[in-house]
Write a protein that binds this ligand. Structure first.
Ligand code: KG4
Length: 348
C-alpha cells in the first residue's frame, strides 16, 4: 500500500430486515450502497418475522453483491479487489446474520483479503463518517433503533463503555407498538412523526406539558442513565381502553413528546456527568427530524458538538459497516470484535 493510495472496503449488513452491501472508499466515500428493505414482507405481521427475514436475505444477497462488483468495474481505474470486507457479526437475528457472514467470508477467501467482524451498534455510530464528520475521542454515542436504546461512552476505537441501556422496550419498538395501538402503519416511528406533525400544523400551540394525558415517566430517575418505555406504551393502551377522545394525531404527538423527554434528559445527564462534549446519535429513530433538531439544540446549550447521519444512513445499511471496518483496517493493533467479547466490553 503506497502512501496516499485509497483504501477500498466492502461492507455487508444482514442483521435484521435489511439486506445490504456497500463499496466505500477511504471509510467515507460511498461508491455503492444498495439495500433491499424487507418492510413490505413483514408489514402484514406488524413486526419482523425471523424466518421470512432469513429467507429474504438468502435470496437478495447475491443481487446486492453483484451491484458491488459492477461498482468495482466502474471505478476509475477499475478495482480488481477491495482491501477488506467488513460484516455485521452481532447483534441480530441468527438466521439473518449467517447469510451476511458467509457471503462476506466467501469474498474474503476469494480475494484473499481481511475479513473484519463488526458490531452492528458500533457501525451505527460510525455512520457519520460517511458524511465527512471526523471521529474524535472520547464521544458519547446515543443509539436509538427498533431493537436498542443506549448511551455509550466511546474512549477510542473498540473501547466502549455502556452508560445507559433500556430496561424493556427500545424507543423504536415503543413507537412501533404505539402506532399499532393508534391504528397507524408499520414501521410506526415515521407514522408517529407524521401524525405529530399533522397535529401541530392544525394546532400550532404553544402547548402546555399538562395538556399531555400520558404520564411523566422520569420521576425518581435520579442519576440513572437507563431507559424505560414500556410504561408509556401501557399508559397509552389504558388511555385508549378507557375511551379517550383525543385524535390519534394528538396522541401521536403526546407519545412522541414523552419519548423525546426521556431521550433528551438522559443525554443531558450523560454530558453533564461525564464532561464529554461530543455527541453522536444514530439508529433508525434518529431519522426523526424533530428529534434531531431537539438534540442539536440541547447539545448547543450544553456546549457539546453534535453529529447524526442523514435519515438513509440512520437506518440499517452496509456503508456504515464498511466505515467502521475502515477504522479497524487502519489500526490493526486494535483488538477485533471477536476477540473482544468480555463482560467488560460495552458492546456485548
Ligand atoms: O435502525 P433501524 O433501521 O433497525 C433496527 O432496529 O435495527 O430502526 C428501525 C426503527 C423502527 O422501530 C422505526 O419505527 C424507527 O426506527 N424509525 C423512526 C423513524 N424512522 C424509523 N422512529 C421515529 N421517527 C422516525 N422518523
Amino acid at each position: 500500500m503506497e502512501e496516499g493510495e485509497q483504501i477500498f472496503g466492502v461492507g455487508i449488513e444482514s442483521s435484521c430486515d435489511d439486506t445490504g452491501a456497500a463499496l466505500v472508499a477511504g471509510g467515507s466515500k460511498i461508491l455503492a450502497n444498495p439495500k433491499f428493505d424487507q418492510t413490505a414482507l413483514h408489514e402484514v405481521y406488524g413486526g419482523v418475522v425471523p424466518e421470512i427475514a432469513g429467507r429474504a436475505h438468502l435470496e437478495k444477497i447475491p443481487f446486492m453483491v453483484d451491484t458491488i462488483l459492477t461498482a468495482m468495474g466502474d471505478a476509475s481505474p477499475p478495482l480488481i479487489r477491495p482491501d477488506y470486507v467488513a460484516v455485521t457479526m452481532k447483534p441480530g437475528l441468527s438466521g439473518s446474520l449467517f447469510t451476511g457472514y458467509y457471503a462476506a467470508l466467501a469474498m474474503a477467501k476469494a480475494w484473499d483479503i481481511e475479513l473484519i467482524p463488526i458490531h452492528h451498534l458500533e457501525a451505527h455510530l460510525y455512520a457519520v463518517m460517511l458524511e465527512g464528520v471526523p471521529i474524535e475521542y472520547p464521544f458519547l454515542g446515543l443509539l436509538i433503533s427498533g431493537g436498542n436504546t443506549a448511551i455509550y461512552r466511546v474512549d477510542d476505537l473498540g473501547k466502549v463503555e455502556i452508560l445507559g441501556d433500556t430496561y424493556d422496550d427500545a424507543a423504536g419498538e415503543a413507537f412501533d407498538k404505539a402506532a399499532s395501538l393508534l391504528g397507524m402503519g408499520y414501521p410506526g416511528g415515521p407514522e408517529i412523526e407524521k401524525g405529530a406533525r399533522r397535529f401541530l400544523e392544525k394546532n400550532p400551540g404553544p402547548h402546555k406539558k399538562s395538556e399531555n394525558p400520558l404520564p411523566y415517566i422520569l420521576k425518581g430517575q435520579g442519576d440513572s442513565l437507563h431507559f424505560s418505555f414500556s410504561g408509556l406504551k401501557t399508559a397509552l393502551y389504558y388511555l385508549l381502553q378507557k375511551g379517550d377522545t383525543h385524535s390519534s394525531e394528538k396522541l401521536a404527538w403526546c407519545f412522541q413528546e414523552r419519548v423525546f423527554e426521556i431521550l433528551l434528559r438522559n443525554i443531558e445527564k450523560a454530558v453533564q456527568s461525564t464532561g464529554v462534549k461530543r455527541v453522536i446519535a444514530a439508529g433508525g429513530v434518529m431519522a426523526n427530524q424533530t428529534l434531531k433538531g431537539r438534540l442539536e439544540g440541547l447539545c448547543k446549550k450544553l456546549g457539546a458538538s453534535f453529529a447524526s447521519p442523514q435519515p438513509a444512513l440512520c437506518t440499517d445499511n452496509a456503508a456504515m459497516v464498511a466505515a467502521a471496518g475502515y477504522l479497524y483496517h487502519s489500526r490493526p493493533e486494535v483488538r477485533r470484535y471477536e476477540e473482544k467479547i468480555s463482560p467488560k466490553s460495552g458492546f456485548e
